[in-house]
Design a protein around this ligand. Structure first.
Ligand code: 1PX
Length: 215
């Protein structure tokens, strides 16, 4: 039915979201950042139940940010830059140890930001991969170079088990709903630089305010 169609992932949606993410002054709109993640969660859900727990984790983080965005101080959350300024100015962030603000926008977004680096590395590997490349290998490499460093050992173990049952490259390309493989590769060529720029701007924002180690 139409509901199922709405839930269907397509890579174009990711491209669109990250294209809309940057303001003319290179600020990152939270609304579109969230839209990008919502699309990725659809992708995770289409991979089967093993990836459900990862989708739930991403959704929980997204939901925290949506609550801020729709809350009474929502206008302060329109961009990542305004969010950081607002939360820091009003002491709404636990900076060194967990305290009264365990789920600040800043620390919640940091988790997604780290996952975005994983995505960038993984999609770039997928883009340059060949027919016989293994998604599990690409995924493991991208994970070890990024998110793994921020995960507890037990989480790393579970993640690596999930990678073993990832569908192969042909299924991945199909689920992206773009068309023949050449077109998927070409759209990945659009997606990666957009994701990469949003990542870089966020990375610099967090460095500038010393927020990379938020508990
Ligand atoms: C078109 C291709 C798209 C591929 C989509 C892939 C999207 C992957 C996104 C994964 C997002 C996971 C959110 C992670 C947030 C996080 O790091 N949370 C940890 C820390 O949170 P805390 O609040 O405790 O400080 C939390 O401990 C982690 C929980 C379990 C999640 C483990 C996820 C590890 C695997 C990620 C890679 C999935 C790749 C799937 C297929 C490509």
């Amino acid at each position: 039915g139409s509901e199922a169609a709405e839930e269907k992932f397509c890579l174009q949606e990711v491209v669109d979201a990250y294209r809309l993410c940057l303001s003319p002054e290179k600020e990152v709109y939270l609304e579109h950042y969230i839209a990008g993640w919502r699309a990725l969660v659809k992708f995770l859900n289409s991979l089967g139940s093993v990836f459900g727990f990862i989708a739930v984790e991403a959704l929980t983080k997204i939901q925290t940010l949506v609550t801020f965005l729709n809350g009474e101080n929502g206008s302060q959350y329109s961009t990542l830059q305004s969010m950081v300024k607002y939360e820091l100015d009003n002491e709404l962030v636990d900076l060194t140890t967990r305290g009264p603000h365990p789920e600040s926008g800043c620390r919640t977004l940091l988790r997604l930001h780290r996952a975005l680096r994983f995505l960038e590395l993984f999609l770039e590997r997928l883009r340059v991969s060949t027919e016989d490349s293994k998604t599990s290998v690409m995924c493991t490499e991208a994970y070890n170079e990024s998110l793994a460093q921020h995960h507890l050992y037990a989480v790393q173990k579970v993640a690596c088990l999930a990678f073993l049952v990832l569908p192969g490259r042909p299924t991945f390309f199909e689920v992206m709903n773009v068309g023949p493989p050449e077109q998927v590769v070409s759209m990945l060529g659009e997606a990666v630089p957009l994701i990469s720029e949003v990542y870089k701007i966020t990375e610099e924002l967090y460095a500038e305010h010393n927020l990379h180690d938020l508990p």
